[in-house]
Design a protein around this ligand. Structure first.
Ligand code: ATP
Length: 313
């Protein structure tokens, strides 16, 4: 039986608006999610014994059943016990390239790759919709990671509308190695500080969703207008993360002073990214800001915006 190697891209948020609370305890969100070429590699190999093994070359990632890749495999084994009985267990090897706990959906994309890989290995022939439904059981960002590209995500992030391909744009990213921001902390703090602005009526919720659908960012994306997209980058979670972490604000300001289309924190942070029109510009900005801040704790990456989610390596 063959093994599969999959490419699992990171995502950035071009837009993140917190609309309100949901009855299930999650937040109601409106986001634009964007895949980038910075990616992990996931190898899935069948093994004789009926077990799931996960290993990762990064010490920051757990190798046990809390790994999101493990959770994806366990969900598949539970949903398709006859496939596991027929094909045996799996060994999942993660080559980590996406920084961990960075707001780049690193764990979510690994989980998405395992769903796609086991669908192939076990010859299940699942549809995109079926894969996305399984993905939503693992985490809010996992459904997007399967197909990737550029998408408007509403609900808790799992209701997806594809937008157009933005792979003419590039991105420079930076993160303090020793700084992690917990996603639950960011949302909880936002609720404490801004909960009184939440939409409470179903009617208002509908009109807020509509406003994002017909709003500036979506139309800038549909026109593939990099300059406008750069100006309209938005992330509500910056309101809690930046006052708490002034060094992230400093990084954002350093990017903003360069030749970039726009800059923003991704997701719950602490990664900050800036959009550029070319790869050369992205590399130049990384070099200039690296020298300017001269902080050995800062890591930089450059990438291209990508139109794909999980693909075979
Ligand atoms: P998101 O943007 O979806 O909020 P994130 O990029 O902030 O996610 P992850 O890199 O997914 O964060 O890591 C969050 C936590 O999940 C880490 O502290 C890590 O220990 C744990 N984790 C579990 N599985 C994985 C995995 N496969 N890759 C990375 N982290 C994982």
């Amino acid at each position: 039986m063959r093994s599969y190697s999959l490419i699992a891209p990171a995502k950035i948020n071009l837009y993140l608006e917190i609309i309100g609370d949901r009855p299930d305890g999650y937040h109601e969100l409106a986001m634009v999610l964007q895949s980038i070429s910075l990616a992990d590699q996931i190898d899935i190999r069948p093994i004789e014994i009926d077990t799931i093994f996960v290993q990762c070359d990064s010490a920051a990632v757990p190798n046990d059943n809390t790994n999101l890749a493990y959770r994806a495999a366990a969900l598949m084994a539970q949903q398709f016990p006859e496939a596991m009985a027929q094909y045996g267990g799996v060994e999942i090897t993660i080559k980590k390239r996406i920084p961990v706990a960075a707001g780049l959906a690193g764990g979510s994309t690994d989980a998405a790759a395992v769903l796609v890989g086991l669908d192939l290995l076990w010859q299940l022939g699942l549809t995109q919709g079926e894969l996305e439904d399984l993905a939503a059981q693992i985490g809010s960002d996992v459904p997007f990671c399967i197909k990737g590209g550029t998408a408007l995500a509403t609900g808790r992030g799992e209701v997806l509308s594809p937008l157009v391909n933005l792979d003419n744009l590039y991105v420079v990213l930076a993160k303090y190695r020793s700084l992690a921001i917990s996603t639950p902390w960011a949302y909880k703090t936002y609720r404490t500080q801004f909960g009184d602005t939440y939409v409470r009526e179903a009617e208002d919720l509908q009109s807020r969703r509509q406003r994002v659908h017909s709003g500036g960012m979506v139309s800038a994306i549909m026109q593939r207008d990099g300059a406008k997209i750069g100006q309209l980058l938005h992330n509500d979670l910056e309101k809690v993360a930046l006052p708490e972490h002034p060094e992230v604000l400093k990084l954002r300001e350093a990017f903003a002073s360069q030749n970039v289309l726009g800059t923003m924190m991704s997701g719950s942070g602490p990664t900050v990214f800036a959009l550029t029109e070319s790869e050369r510009q992205a590399l130049e900005v990384a070099e200039t800001v690296r020298k300017q801040l001269a902080n050995p704790d800062l890591d930089f990456w450059t990438a291209k915006l990508s139109s794909t989610g999980i693909t075979l390596a």
